[in-house]
Design a protein around this ligand. Sequence first.
Ligand code: GTP
Ligand code: MG
Ligand code: NA
Length: 456
Amino acid sequence: SSKSEDSLRSPICCIMGHVDTGKTKLLDCIRGTNVQEGEAGGITQQIGATYFPAENIRERTKELKADAKLKVPGLLVIDTPGHESFTNLRSRGSGLCDIAILVVDITHGLEPQTIESLNLLKMRNTEFVVALNKIDRLYGWKVCRNAPIVKAMKQQSKDVQFEFNTRLTQIVTQFKEQGINTELYYKNKEMGKDTFSIIPTSAISGEGIPDLLLLLVQWTQKTMVDRLTYSSECTVLEVKAIEGHGTTIDVVLINGILHEGDQIIVCGMQDPIVTSIRALLTPHPMKELRIKGSYLHHKEIKAAQSIKINAQGLEHAIAGTSLYVVGPDDDVENVKEAAMEDMRSVMSRIDKSGEGVHVQASTLGSLEALLEFLKTDEVRIPVSGIGIGPVHKKDVMKAIVMLEKKKEYAIILAFDVKVTQEARELADEAGVKIFIADIIYHLFDQFKAYIDNLKE
Ligand code: GTP
Ligand code: MG
Ligand code: NA
């Protein structure tokens, strides 16, 4: 491989859009996996990451007979949730990425979180393509599995083509109302200037997928080379215990290099965690980091990659925060300061009166989402305490304090976390309610039913 290829990192592509437009399904289609059907309620509630090596992308775009030779080693694709509660995760995803895919359901057009995503992309000046998904839903669509879109479109009846064009025109108009020019990608000569490209796709039958991949490739060749150079940046996606590996953290290395043995600093609930990397693990290429499987070991890893890190003391690491590598010239105290910054912003959202429910979530991202949701006008539940990870006895103790202050807030809202046996027993004994759910608005439903019941 050439010199430039060795010195470039992989671009990060974020996939964004309104809930249920087919973001996860599109990735499933590219990977040949079925992550979407395993999600609680069929909705994405975490950031996911998948690495696509250049080779696989070339393979999938073969039929287009275009030059799909990547100058970068591959593409890291970040999946984000479309549900309205997860603005923070969309923001984090769009903040990480070099380019984006904005997914629009052709049968729905632009929806609230399409516009929200669009505004995040505009704000950061991020280039994006529009995947106009679910074209197989057009009445009478003839399936041409995994075919390039022009070929698939030629197979369609006049009626289907007419319906497609009508919907396309409406959606182009809706984008124009948002101040964005768009055009079908194969008619777009302004690509990369002022007009964004639209690629019709089906995540179920695969039409348009080769086109989507090719466009991402050509684009990164043309525009990305300059920005894909070294400097160290890393975000913690998740903290979890893995059999045979102890507590590990899943991270996305956005820029720079990680080595086995590197000293790192991660944000903890109270204090920064200073440790060193024991093992650098990755899933096999084309596998989603969230899905369990065997791992590959590495001595060093270059960005961009999603990585599982094994190190001592990670039990209290907080997902959604930045990971810092301590360099030879760095002052450890300064790096510790920087590492705790993200936690401070969440702490500032807790009710100052000291009256409110206790909230426990699996990651900083989901905790932020939950706090955001509890603040909305329809919900308005004050929060007096927070925690990340399983509910322990000490969390129940905090809720017990509320029995004296304001009885109806002696509650723990547990989102996507386990409750330990001891915690459960103490809560039952003391009269603290624990509501558990893996979908945010189900927590609200339970809380509301409980409050209504108290009032009767
Ligand atoms: P969130 O992550 O929850 O925002 O949703 P998402 O955008 O990831 O959508 P998801 O992949 O969960 O798909 C939502 C539903 O639409 C699922 O039932 C999919 O099977 C279906 N779906 C997605 N893409 C297509 C498509 O191209 N055609 C058809 N017919 N159905 C699709
Ligand atoms: Mg999804
Ligand atoms: Na969904």
